[in-house]
Design a protein around this ligand. Structure first.
Ligand code: PEP
Ligand code: MN
Length: 354
């Protein structure tokens, strides 16, 4: 394991899910205080608010910067909540630490830039503060891990990740595609690394927050960071995805948290069946590859090219449709057959070029 980790150890935040809540941006003293008081009254312990806001295009609200820090300090003093904000430069780290931040997070745009990450990491040397790193905007798990490693090597052991989805050119249901397989793979590689889900930035819409929170819990995420604002419709940034503290409480109170990981006899029996089916699948694949190699001999004798793209399209279409009829997502079937076809082509190439 190339990450050296310690528990986040946030006082009073031992239960799953760990909750961070607060507005997208700190807009005014009144807005920060009013939101913080409502959240604190519901028992939430960690207040988020963006002080420096990385915006895709110039002209949007880019945060008040340092003048907003005293509002968060005041919220901490008056409500007892811990406070956190996004940092993107060494100067932000210094100002945030001077303002008594209890946790820092790194945004998606910064996480995508190794130079910025290294500068941030250097500025964190010798500071003991928990840091959460959002996934980079592009779906590159290695870049995400690299960002985490840089912070970790600066001596930050109280480290965690935030899954906030991935930008995509197509407008889809989500603002950012969840691509759950990426945080799941991160968890497989670093089981001790806490992962939070940010349903606000994935969904981009209030009505998607509840189902995304539930999905994150069902996938074993450790916590949630949710945007909450005392008057969401008037928010200066991300208005469509913020919810009132009351609504947040309603959503979180209705989550089903499945925390039993006991492996019973019944589960073991079912797993044995899965193992046996997986074995059969591999036997079948082996048979398919053998036939594919026979085809390669034929193509070689008849001077045919390895890839016949019309045949490939036929396989993807036929099996995609069959998958849909069997209740398996046609995208999934397509991915499986793309992988099988790629291996088949590789084996045929070996024969043809022998
Ligand atoms: C935010 O948390 O308000 C934010 C800017 O998020 P992201 O970096 O995920 O876009
Ligand atoms: Mn936001």
């Amino acid at each position: 394991m190339d990450l050296e980790l310690k528990p986040l150890a946030l006082p009073g935040m031992t239960e799953r899910p760990l909750i961070i809540a607060g507005p997208c941006s700190a807009e005014s003293e009144e807005q920060v205080m009013c939101t913080a008081k409502q959240l604190a009254a519901k028992g939430y312990k960690m207040l988020r608010a963006g002080v420096w806001k990385p915006r895709t295009k110039p002209g949007g609200f880019e945060g008040h910067g340092e003048p907003a820090l005293p509002w968060l300090q005041q919220a901490k003093a008056e409500t007892g909540m811990m406070i956190c904000t996004e940092v993107a430069t060494p100067r932000h780290v210094e100002a945030a630490m001077n303002a008594g931040m209890d946790l820092l997070w790194v945004g998606a745009r910064t996480a995508a830039n190794p130079f910025a990450m290294q500068e941030l990491a250097d500025s964190l040397q010798g500071i003991d503060v928990p840091v959460l790193v959002k996934n980079p905007v592009n779906p590159d798990i290695e870049l995400w891990i690299g960002a985490l490693q840089r912070i970790n090597r600066a001596g930050i052991k109280r480290l965690g990740a935030i899954h906030r989805g991935f930008s995509s050119f197509d407008a889809k249901m989500y603002r950012n595609q969840p691509m759950w397989n990426i945080p799941i793979e991160l968890h497989r590689r670093y089981p001790e690394l806490p992962i939070l889900c940010d349903p606000s930035h994935i969904g981009g819409r209030r009505d998607l927050i509840a189902p995304l929170c539930q999905q994150a819990m069902d996938m074993g995420f450790d916590g949630l960071i949710v945007e909450s604002h005392c008057d969401p419709d008037k928010a200066w940034s991300d208005a469509k995805q913020q919810v009132m503290p009351d609504v947040l409480e309603f959503i979180l109170d209705h989550l089903t948290i499945r925390d039993h990981n006991e492996v019973t006899e019944d589960l073991m029996t079912l797993r044995k069946q899965i193992d046996s089916v997986d074995g059969d699948l591999l036997d079948l694949l082996t048979r398919r590859m053998r036939i594919s190699r026979e085809i390669a001999e034929y193509k070689k004798r008849h001077q045919m090219a390895v890839v016949q793209s019309s045949r490939y399209t036929e396989i993807l279409d036929k099996r995609g449709a069959q998958g849909a009829l069997c209740g398996i997502a046609s995208d999934c079937v397509k991915t499986i057959f793309e992988a099988i076809h790629a291996e088949s082509v590789r084996q045929q190439m070996e024969i043809i070029n022998k």
